[in-house]
Design a protein around this ligand. Structure first.
Ligand SMILES: NC(=O)C1=CN([C@@H]2O[C@H](COP(=O)(O)OP(=O)(O)OC[C@H]3O[C@@H](n4cnc5c(N)ncnc54)[C@H](O)[C@@H]3O)[C@@H](O)[C@H]2O)C=CC1
Ligand SMILES: CC(=O)[C@H](N)C(=O)O
Length: 277
């Protein structure tokens, strides 16, 4: 945040976005705003506006001002008809959440604008991204929340079944993949949308690793509506095309992820009295 101006803007305010692009001579647009999978199901009209109209606004701006644009997609862009283990880059996509539908829409809009207008649209389908920041309403949130609850209270109530396998990635790998992909020469890119991942694990496998740091940890399992979403998503994500085309390679496995997360949550949230420094 110290490296440049920080400006609030509603993604639905096209003119406001346009003003920022012009006044600050923006040349790359990284579009993160969205309602995630679980929260999107609770407010479908808002998810349609933020996730679909929001993408229309940024893609149109990128076209008008010749910006390079990145829009993240997700494992949630797949559904129960897709192969789940592994899920390849190109396969059937019939998601059952408004979040997934909006992300397939974003992928297709970006590919179309690239084809029709030459827009430099780039998109990575991320797995569950794990960082110490409080989670934003997704199905993979348990893998973040468990660190906060385990380190603070020694217990966690998980909303997924213990054997629910999902693809995941540590935030450092996520951000590095974004940067490497955005700076990759266009000749190397065979497509505009790539799967990326780092690992796959289940709640019980994560609990097993975390118990080494919190030996008294007690986890109970009460599946809720998020279980149905998780059951329709990839279990193992095939990112071989990203590895082959622009040399994607993750650095963090499950052991490293747990080690970094424990330190980060402890230092920045527990010792920092609930406030990230
Ligand atoms: N966190 C994850 O595991 C994954 C995230 N992604 C994608 O990465 C992006 C960021 O995700 P997170 O940071 O985890 O989500 P988040 O829920 O923490 O952040 C979303 C942001 O969108 C903002 N937002 C909502 N409505 C807005 C509006 N009308 N105008 C401007 N901003 C608005 C919210 O204030 C929030 O800061 C999303 O597009 C998500 O689909 C993709 C795959 C995995
Ligand atoms: C994997 C995602 O896109 C997100 N974390 C969610 O669970 O909705």
């Amino acid at each position: 945040m110290e490296n440049g101006p920080y400006i609030f803007c509603d993604i639905l305010d096209f003119k406001g976005l346009q003003k920022i692009v012009v006044n600050h001579r923006v040349d790359w647009l990284i579009h993160f705003s969205a309602l995630l999978s679980a929260i999107g199901e609770q407010n479908v009209p808002l998810a349609v506006r933020v996730n679909i109209e929001g993408v229309h606004n940024v893609i149109e701006l990128a076209k008008q001002y010749n910006l390079r644009i990145f829009v993240p997609s997700t494992i949630g862009a797949f559904g129960p008809d897709s192969p789940r283990n592994p899920t390849p880059n190109i396969t059937i996509q019939r998601p059952k959440t408004i979040y997934g539908v909006s992300k397939v829409h974003a992928e297709l809009m970006g590919e179309y604008y690239h084809h029709k207008f030459g827009l430099d649209f780039r998109c990575l389908r991320f797995p569950g991204v794990i960082s110490s920041d409080p989670p934003g309403g997704g199905t993979t949130d348990y893998a973040v929340a468990i660190f906060h609850d385990a380190l603070r209270h020694g217990k966690y109530q998980c909303y997924l079944k213990p054997d629910t396998r999902l693809p995941m990635m540590y935030i450092e790998d996520c951000l590095r993949s974004l940067l490497e992909f955005m700076t990759a020469p266009k000749e190397k890119l065979k497509r505009r949308v790539y799967n990326v991942t780092a690992m796959s694990f289940t709640p019980e496998e994560l609990v097993d690793k975390l118990s080494k740091y919190v030996p008294e940890l007690r986890v109970t399992y009460y599946p809720d509506s998020r279980q149905e979403i998780a059951d329709s998503w990839p279990q193992v994500f095939d990112d071989s095309e990203a590895r082959a085309d622009w040399n994607w390679k993750p650095k963090y496995d499950l052991d490293a992820l747990v080690d970094f997360m424990v330190k980060d949550v402890q230092e920045n949230y527990i010792n920092g009295n609930g406030k990230k420094k």
